[in-house]
Design a protein around this ligand. Structure first.
Ligand SMILES: Nc1ncnc2c1ncn2[C@@H]1O[C@H](COP(=O)(O)OP(=O)(O)OP(=O)(O)O)[C@@H](O)[C@H]1O
Ligand SMILES: [Mg+2]
Length: 279
């Protein structure tokens, strides 16, 4: 497994740093991921009405907005799950277009979608390695494609402990027997393990208890502190304001503004979100 190395479970990380060099978006810095003028309509329903987004190296970008504001549609257009009607995407300054989520994964973007994509019939390790299975060495692996379950379980277990996810013990446990929060933890762990350029999390803490939510937020911080940019969508404003460096506010299919939690209060952000305040 090519892992993003994060600190061990006991590692401490402060809310706002230390920031790796270049974490602060300088005016001239090239965004790791950029969208320009994304438009997406579903018949008469406007999903996105011309949205820009910039994600810079080593930052957490929060994405907030009311139900139906277009957050998930934006993410899907960024990651190939939907094709935008208009607009452009740039990865590290190069124009890209993703025809499927697999395309964006191959390009280094790992996404946990709001409607969770884990396979209930498979065990935790198999879910972790879905699409990237380890085969046994030699003839049995190359010709008969025999899976190396032992290696996958071992590496999956190592990844869980690196991420401090203590609630998952047996990597051979079938995902259908896990709680909603534990399933979410599997999906987030997989994204953190394989994302090489960008990690996108759509409501990663929605189904989680307090302890598990804190673990996911801590993981997001650790990824950021190791230079990995993260897009975090959440309805939980305290969560977003706790970890995000910048917060993009979506309203009615448009970007209503981008604020910095260090300079803007949650109340102001909510006012922009609801249209009570215009930036
Ligand atoms: N496949 C679809 N077909 C028709 N309309 C859609 C489709 N997907 C999204 N929409 C519409 O596009 C708009 C944006 O939806 P989206 O799921 O992006 O909102 P969201 O900001 O993620 O909301 P939530 O906070 O509830 O997750 C909504 O009006 C929604 O009904
Ligand atoms: Mg959504």
């Amino acid at each position: 497994m090519t892992t993003v190395s994060v600190n061990g479970p006991g590692a401490t990380s402060s809310t706002k740093g230390p920031q790796p060099e270049g974490a602060r978006p300088a005016a001239e810095a090239t965004p790791v991921l950029e969208a320009r003028g994304l438009v997406k309509a579903f018949g008469h329903v406007v999903g996105l009405a011309g949205v820009d987004l910039q994600l810079y190296q080593g930052e957490v970008l929060g994405l907030i907005g009311d139900n139906g504001a277009g957050k998930s549609t934006l993410i899907k257009c960024l990651t190939g799950a939907l094709q935008p009607d208009r607009g452009e995407l740039y990865l590290e300054g190069r124009r890209v277009s993703f025809r499927s989520p697999l395309d964006s994964r191959l390009a280094g973007i790992e996404t946990v979608y709001q409607t969770l994509a884990v396979s209930p019939a498979l065990d935790i390790a198999s879910n972790m390695f879905l699409g990237r299975e380890i085969r046994v060495k030699g003839f049995m692996g190359t010709v008969f494609r025999k899976l190396d379950h032992r290696a996958m379980r071992k590496q999956a277990g190592e990844q869980m402990s690196r991420l401090g996810i203590a609630t998952l013990q047996d990597m051979g446990q079938h995902v259908e027997t896990l709680s909603g929060g534990q399933r979410q933890a599997v999906a987030v762990a997989r994204a953190a393990a394989f994302g090489s350029k960008v990690i996108v999390l759509d409501e990663p803490t929605a189904a989680l208890g307090v302890r598990e939510s804190n673990q996911v937020l801590d993981l997001v911080r650790r990824l950021r502190d190791h230079g990995m940019p993260v897009i975090l969508i959440s309805h939980n404003m305290p969560h977003v304001f706790e970890v995000a460096d910048r917060v993009q506010i979506q309203r009615l299919g448009r970007c209503a503004g981008v604020v910095r939690p260090a300079e803007t209060s949650m109340e102001e952000a909510v006012a922009v979100m609801t249209g009570a305040k215009v930036l």
